[in-house]
Design a protein around this ligand. Structure first.
Ligand SMILES: [Zn+2]
Length: 253
């Protein structure tokens, strides 16, 4: 098991390195494969030894090898978090299609988290193929295709209703269609029960942060983090601890 976990961690670090590229380039409409990574300031082409997850950043003390401009801490953090989550998923999940489906979902959620945080968008080029992938995987892995389709309908439907209601009430967009598609995708991967858990957890986390920001007089709800980041956190929690949460919650009825 130790060997599998070490392998999962290494794979996660490398996937995290790729996710950094996705987070930076996809919203700009740039290719994800070429050209190779460059310094944003001096254009220095990163060599393989500049691209080793976490280690290169530490070794270069967060600076470009050539011009010394500082390189965002986001890079090693995304790599580390992806590595840790991969270890956790492999530790918790029996080998098979479910493990593959969960690792894929982890990667997608981290990319959406980063992109929403930086650009306040949730690209269709991730969420729509994500819905298809989730439904296809549900044919061979839990939650099964019925739960997955219900998850898509419930996830998309609930947020669409909230978004439409908010628009009718305030005449402005409170929730984007990106959030709607993202929760539909989460439903495709995790099923309808997890959609409810995700929604409760992310709304709760969003409200807490919103209140904290208002209390700190940093502005109104408008300044709160984009909802997609909370959906990503909520979905990760629902995936890793969904069953216990549902059991605990159902205990109140
Ligand atoms: Zn440079």
């Amino acid at each position: 098991m130790t060997f599998q976990l070490a392998l999962a961690g290494l794979l996660g670090l490398c996937v995290g390195s790729f996710l950094n590229v996705v987070i930076y380039r996809l919203p700009l409409g740039q290719s994800l494969v070429s050209p190779p990574s460059r310094c944003r300031k001096c254009g220095y082409s990163l060599q393989w030894y500049d691209n080793i997850p976490v280690l290169s950043w530490l070794f270069l003390r967060g600076r470009c090898r050539k011009c010394g401009v500082s390189v965002s801490m986001q890079y090693p953090i995304v790599e580390l978090i992806t590595g840790l989550l991969f270890v956790l998923v492999v530790w918790m999940t029996p080998p098979g299609p479910l493990m593959a489906s969960r690792l894929l979902l982890v990667g997608i959620l981290i990319a959406l988290f980063g992109i929403d945080l930086e650009h306040q968008i949730l690209p269709n080029s991730i969420t729509l193929p994500g819905i298809v992938a989730g439904v296809l995987l549900s044919l061979i892995a839990p939650p099964g295709w019925k739960d997955a389709l219900l998850g898509v309908l419930l996830g998309g439907g609930v947020l669409y209703a909230i978004a439409a209601g908010y628009y009718l009430w305030r005449r402005e967009e409170g929730l984007g269609m990106g959030d709607v598609k993202m929760l539909a995708m989460i439903g495709a991967f995790l099923g309808w029960k997890a959609v409810l858990v995700t929604l409760v957890l992310s709304s709760f986390a969003g409200a807490l942060i919103g209140i904290a920001l208002i209390a700190a007089q940093r502005g109104g709800m408008k300044l709160a983090l984009p909802f997609g980041t909370f959906l990503a956190l909520g979905a990760l929690a629902a995936m890793l601890a969904g069953e216990p949460i549902v059991t605990w919650y159902a205990g109140f009825f």
